[in-house]
Design a protein around this ligand. Structure first.
Ligand code: ZN
Length: 493
């Protein structure tokens, strides 16, 4: 089976016609009839679902965002996003030929067969949660139909990475009801490749993960960037070789070219040559992930999208205006082939520099649209990623980009506190660093201060060097699902 069959090499016109057809069908047959949230939204805004015929019509539909899931008067608001068909709704909204098909199925195989078919398509059977650091986790439900889609996206990703079913894979993502872990599991299953999921540091410990890799000798290692790096660095320190590794696939966090090169260099020092490092992008609301295809590690092919499953728009985050091809803006997602929890025009809060291109991929020649991998969070002020420090608004993504690019720095953490721990005193920002012994620390301190000042307009009060063991504890690298890169110790007043 070719998971990219039909869409990998279609023309742009064919793909856009497919999207128009699927959008119209999805809204009229599934979303409007069965989603309490969207039926109300369409009615409130006087939108006739039949009038949504092309991607260009989408802009008449208001955006959806995380806020729509959180209503203090309605604690179970997320249920309204689940498609909930019943006999009356089906009779009212489905066209006669489809109703006759259902009737025929019932007559031939009995009424249970009809119920069973509808249950397999619509009944929620699986859940993953969002992993917001500040917001309450939100649940997203999958039906069997959505699980089948998770297989499709998983096998498309493995195909992009050129992973053959004879290769061995070690999955270091933490066991959790989160998309990244399950996307990898379903990807492995659908591609019929042998995959070992260790559960990450929390389940088997870093030594357990190292020995799993040493025993299994996989060509593919997958996981969260910081944890994969930690495991490999630790293995190197223990004197191990990792010659078998050819591909590293990273997820659940942004991956810069500098980080890919750093990982490639680390693996090269352990005997692994020609290693390709891949970034992926996914979010709970889409219930799937997208990936880069092979290129050299100092560039990105962009994430290859699935035009038969979704529509992406890039918008101006201030005005909501839809941007043109290749322009920067916020990523907005619309599902055109899902059941369970379904969203359209969903504002992700992610900002893509370079937006989306429809040009065929120069590396793998596929013609699907590609999303720029230069993605940062644009969150509101309450989010931990943007905060007022020393009176000015700071985007912490910039700290991350800046510090991850230093080859000399092994690990880093930022701590925000108040001077003398006095809530009324000024803010202080401390940078904790772990670096190799050979590095000249006073030179590094000066360069770090200068580059941070240039990129974030904030210079740290202190740069403190700590040993790796202490850093691993501070970051909770081995215990948390996501490392604690930025900690805000300022008392709330
Ligand atoms: Zn490609």
């Amino acid at each position: 089976m070719d998971p990219w069959k039909d869409i990998g090499h279609s023309t742009r016109q064919e793909l856009q016609e497919l999207q128009n057809r699927k959008l119209h069908h999805f809204i009229n047959r599934h979303l409007y009839p069965f989603s309490p949230h969207y039926q109300e939204l369409f009615k409130k805004n006087n939108i006739d679902p039949r009038s949504i015929k092309t991607v260009a019509d989408l802009k008449r539909i208001p955006f959806t965002s995380k806020k729509d899931f959180i209503d203090p008067d309605h604690p179970h608001k997320s249920i309204d996003f689940i498609l909930q068909p019943d006999a009356d709704k089906i009779k009212k909204h489905w066209p006669l030929p489809e109703l006759l098909k259902l009737k025929a199925l019932g007559l031939i195989n009995g009424p249970d067969e009809v119920k069973d078919r509808l249950a397999r398509e619509y009944r929620p059977i699986f859940i993953t949660f969002t992993t917001g650091t500040t917001d309450k986790p939100l649940s997203y439900l999958y039906s069997k139909y959505d699980i089948d889609n998770l297989y499709v996206s998983g096998s498309r990703m493995l195909e992009l990475f050129n992973i053959k079913n004879t290769e061995y894979i070690v999955n270091l993502f933490p066991f959790a009801p989160h998309l990244a872990f399950w996307q990898v599991v379903y990807g492995g299953l659908s591609s019929c490749a042998l995959i070992l999921s260790t559960g990450g540091g929390k389940s088997t410990g870093t030594d357990g993960n190292i020995s799993a890799i040493l025993k299994m000798k996989p060509s593919v290692v997958l996981g969260v960037p910081s944890y994969v790096y930690h495991v490999l660095r630790q293995a190197k320190e223990q004197g191990h070789k990792m010659e078998s590794v050819k591909k590293v696939v990273l997820g659940a966090a942004r991956v810069s070219s500098a980080f890919k090169l750093k990982l490639e260099e680390l693996l090269a020092s352990m005997g692994a040559t020609d290693v390709s490092v891949f970034g992926t992008y996914g979010f709970t609301e889409a219930r799937c992930a997208w990936a880069e295809c092979p290129s050299s590690n100092n560039m990105s092919s962009g994430y290859h999208l699935y035009p038969d499953k979704e529509i992406f728009e890039i918008i101006d985050p201030q005005t909501g205006e839809v941007k043109g091809e290749g322009e920067d803006g916020e990523i907005v997602y619309t599902s055109i082939d899902s059941r369970g929890s379904s969203v359209i025009r969903y504002r992700t809060g992610d900002f893509a520099k370079g937006g989306i291109t429809w040009a065929p991929c120069p590396h793998c020649k596929r013609t699907v649209p590609r999303l720029s991998s230069d993605i940062t969070r644009i969150s509101d002020v309450k989010d931990v990623h943007i905060s007022k420090v020393k009176g000015s608004l700071v985007n912490f993504s910039n700290f991350s980009v800046c510090l991850s690019e230093f080859k000399e720095i092994e690990e880093w953490q930022i701590e925000l506190c108040k001077k003398d721990n006095d809530p009324y005193e000024v803010d202080e920002l401390i940078v904790y660093l772990t670096c190799k012994d050979s590095v000249n620390r006073s030179t590094l301190t000066e360069t770090v201060k200068q580059r941070l000042l240039n990129m974030t307009e904030i210079s740290p009060n202190q740069v403190v060097y700590i040993p790796i063991e202490e850093m691993v504890k501070r970051l909770e690298l081995e215990t948390a699902n996501k490392e604690k890169r930025i900690i805000d110790k300022r008392p709330k007043v």
